[in-house]
Design a protein around this ligand. Structure first.
Ligand SMILES: Nc1ncnc2c1ncn2[C@@H]1O[C@H](COP(=O)(O)OP(=O)(O)O)[C@@H](O)[C@H]1O
Ligand SMILES: [Mg+2]
Length: 257
């Protein structure tokens, strides 16, 4: 975890307290607490259907039907905020807008902020593509555009829901390294849902393990793994073999065969 650097930073960047999230009669989340420090990268892992996307949508302000509070930089959130940028598994680009206009879409003005758009496209490795249409892009390129769009409002926090799970292995590695470089360059924190435990260990300062709801209890975060390995990290995971074994075994123990 990154230590607060000044008294102003005394509160965490993100402070989540979800007392209750129901779908109809069913209680999905209860007593969910988590925080993310400035610049910190936190991953959320757990079995499919355990509530990760629901939790992320609540944090993003996209689902307001819950009891609790989401605090971002000390202020209670009541909906989507320019302080957070959201990136989903699919790029979700608008096909009738150019690449550049997709990036500046959060400003809702075509042709807006050309210099900032160019800078962001350059940063995600897509310099000169602003006038292309989304249909001309590969999946990996489209996801780079989604990252640039997520950064457009200069957010302090990126919220990512399995952002790299739909691309091939090499594209995935490149996108992971891009995420590390942009979070460092923009001093942006990230909360990322992933089902790839090695991805979580490679990228994160902390990994949160979530257990699925059952007839007795709502979904909950059952363990937190601090990844105290220096960066840059190697992909062979030798930097933390014991932690990796523990994480894999802990997930396996949660999910009945
Ligand atoms: N809009 C919805 N209405 C009813 N149930 C939902 C809705 N969205 C998600 N759920 C249910 O909530 C549970 C958690 O879903 P989700 O948050 O998508 O899980 P995860 O992202 O961990 O796979 C699942 O059982 C899912 O069926
Ligand atoms: Mg999901």
């Amino acid at each position: 975890m990154i230590a607060p650097s000044s008294p102003h930073d005394a509160h965490p960047l993100l402070d989540v307290a979800i007392d209750a999230k129901r779908f109809g009669e069913r209680m999905l989340l209860a007593g969910t607490r988590l925080s993310v420090a400035r610049g910190e990268i936190v991953s959320l892992v757990g079995a499919s259907g355990c509530g990760k996307s629901t939790l992320l949508r609540i944090v993003a302000g996209l689902d307001r039907d819950f009891a609790g509070t989401i605090m971002l930089d000390g202020a209670v959130q009541h909906g989507p905020s320019p302080q957070s940028g959201v990136i989903f598994q699919e790029p979700r680009l608008l096909p009738w807008l150019s690449v550049a206009d997709n990036v500046s879409f959060p400003a809702r003005a075509r042709g807006a902020c050309g210099a900032r758009v160019d800078r962001l496209l350059d940063e995600v490795g897509l310099a000169g593509t602003g006038r292309l249409w989304p249909k001309h892009l590969s999946g990996g390129m489209a996801q780079r555009v989604a990252l640039a769009r997520g950064l457009f409002t200069q957010p302090r926090l990126l919220l990512l829901d399995e952002p790299f799970s739909a691309v091939d292995a090499i594209t995935k590695m490149r996108l992971q390294d891009l995420l590390l470089s942009i979070t460092r360059a923009h001093r942006t924190a990230a909360l990322m849902v992933t089902h790839d435990l090695d991805e979580a260990l490679y990228l994160s300062d902390r990994v949160l393990l979530m257990a699925a709801p059952d007839s007795q209890r709502a979904a909950r975060i059952v363990r937190e793994f601090a990844v105290d390995a220096p960066r840059p990290r190697t992909r062979d995971m030798t930097f933390n073999a014991a932690l990796r074994a523990d994480l894999f075994a802990s997930l396996e123990a949660l999910v009945p065969a």
